[in-house]
Design a binder for this molecule. Structure first.
Ligand SMILES: Cc1cc2nc3c(=O)[nH]c(=O)nc-3n(C[C@H](O)[C@H](O)[C@H](O)COP(=O)(O)O)c2cc1C
Length: 495
């Protein structure tokens, strides 16, 4: 009999510390009317296909149970952070019906969280729900869990999409958390895909250069907040455990893995632990990417040899299948990356930033829009160049568009109107070559390069600073007159 998630009492509880595991998060989201239960879907393509259609339709969070071939209660959840309400619930904010309100609520928050993170290192505890079941050695079978084959062209079954991969630096105590995908090879091994330059990849490279095995624990079901920040650009050397502790206002509780000693979330649904051995690589993929293509053709990835599996009774796997956007996590990444970009620009000393938007059409990475109140000559180029190269914008970007402050950066119709009317292609497009790209770039597949650099265009779609006073006025009625007319002609024009 499937375990049903009970709803929280009818109180407005926005305190994250009371809802710090996936099950209570689900209860909260159900209370908010954004959870649907799905029974009887097949792990082979149905679960992925249903999720893809649902995500594209901006549907609710889906909790799959009674999955074909698996016991009732062994569940998979998708679409966790795909709406302003669910993302706000994840962050512990009050419920916001619109992205604009959520983006506004996020102003200044990343800086506060980072400052608070020093006060909240993870807290080691002896016991927790994840220890309800411990499986060792030969007893392990990763396919005892309902690991989906998400899409028809996938190279295998992916246990890790919404995964949190926990690793440690070789020469320091820095614990990194990254969302890196993981494909099951067989009962006890899976692939761990980490792109060159990512923090986890930098760590594994150091171990392998020293000829040492790389210890890994991976949480595969957890409060979506942990996944959200594992998949975002938190600064080098700062543990996402601390960062999330800063958001929670209390430490994340962790348990030392029996084999590696690495900290796993005490309330995790499912954790695998083991080692990657130097020289042990195996073909992995393909899997669709965040931008909507199968760009990474099959290639060798480090093999994780699993020595322990820990899981709660009736575990829930957190799935975040990528696809042509909008997909499972494009909305949450758009909002969060926009907030991080805004802050990065301010930290870098770029004044007058009015808004930022990492639009979902670019998988929330490849198209960044910055709106500024121009203060001096060169201001727009400064904003665009910094956006393209700061940590949050550096990896696999393509276009940065800088617009004036009368343009809402999240409104692509207006952004493109500014591009076609305020920029001159010969004068206003800066090109940066040999930037941080990856094999995951569809362009790289097409125009194969030995080393996957990529190229960026910064489009300065602001009115030229020296001609601000002579640039033709916009042909539209004034905002005040618009309001007057809307009031007077409410039935015709709406409020
Ligand atoms: C669902 C999801 C899957 C991802 N898969 C990968 C992956 O397979 N390899 C990778 O290098 N980055 C992947 N990323 C991006 C990284 O998680 C992201 O760049 C993050 O900042 C990496 O952590 P780090 O900053 O500690 O390196 C994925 C992100 C998400 C949200």
């Amino acid at each position: 009999m499937a375990e049903k998630v009970s709803a929280l009492p009818e109180t407005e509880n926005t305190s994250l510390s009371n809802i710090w595991d996936l099950r209570s998060w689900l209860a909260r989201v159900e209370q908010l009317g954004e959870l649907k239960h799905v029974s009887g879907a097949h792990w082979d393509l149905e679960l992925g296909g249903i999720s893809e259609i649902n995500n594209r339709q901006r549907g609710p969070c889906l909790l799959f149970d009674d999955i074909v071939d698996y016991p009732s209660g062994y569940r998979v959840v998708t679409g966790t952070t795909g709406s302003p309400v669910r993302l706000a619930a994840t962050l512990g904010f009050p419920s916001y019906p619109s992205s604009a309100e959520l983006v506004e609520a996020l102003r200044g928050k990343p800086q506060q969280w980072e400052a608070l993170s020093v006060e909240f290192p993870p807290q080691y505890v002896e016991d927790g729900p994840v220890l309800e079941n411990v499986i060792a050695g030969k007893e392990i079978n990763l396919l005892d869990f309902p690991v989906p084959k998400w899409h028809e062209k996938d190279g295998g079954r992916y246990i890790g999409t919404g995964s949190v991969v926990v690793t440690k630096d070789l020469d320091s105590e820095w614990i990194n958390l990254g969302a890196y995908r993981m494909m099951v090879h067989d009962k006890r091994t899976c692939a761990l895909n980490m792109v060159a330059g990512k923090h986890g990849r930098q760590q594994i490279d150091r171990y392998f250069s020293a000829g040492k095995p790389f210890p890994v624990v991976v949480s595969l079901g957890h409060h979506p907040l942990l996944f959200l920040f594992a998949g975002l650009e938190v600064k080098y050397g700062l543990s996402e455990y601390n960062y999330v502790g800063g958001i929670l206002g209390e430490p994340v509780q962790v348990i030392k893995g029996e084999v590696t000693g690495l900290p796993m979330p005490a309330a995790s649904e499912l954790v695998v632990e083991g080692w990657c051995q130097p020289g042990n690589f195996k073909m992995e993929g393909p899997l669709g990417e965040f931008h909507g293509y199968y760009s990474s053709s099959e290639k060798g990835a480090p093999v994780l040899e699993v020595e322990r599996v820990y899981h709660r009774n009736n575990p829930i796997l957190l799935g975040t299948p990528p696809a042509r956007p909008p997909h499972d996590y494009s909305y949450s990444k758009a909002v969060m990356r926009s907030a991080l970009l805004h802050e990065a620009l301010e930290k870098a000393g770029v004044p007058g930033v009015v808004g930022c938007w990492a639009d979902e059409v670019g998988g929330s990475r490849m198209l960044l829009v910055v709106s500024i109140k121009q203060g001096y000559q060169g201001h727009a180029r400064q904003a665009g160049l910094v956006a393209s190269q700061c940590h949050v914008g550096a990896y696999l970007g393509r276009y940065v568009i800088v617009v004036d402050d009368d343009i809402d950066p999240s409104d692509l119709q207006n952004v493109m109107w500014a591009v076609v009317t305020r920029s001159d292609p010969a004068r206003d497009i800066e090109i940066i070559t040999r930037a941080w790209g990856s094999r995951g770039d569809p362009q790289n597949v097409t125009f194969d390069q030995k080393v996957p650099y990529n190229t960026r265009a910064i489009i300065d779609a602001c009115r030229a600073y020296e001609y601000l006073d002579v640039f033709p006025p916009v042909a539209e009625i004034s905002p005040q007159f618009q309001e007057e007319l809307k009031k007077k002609w409410k039935d015709l024009l709406g409020s």
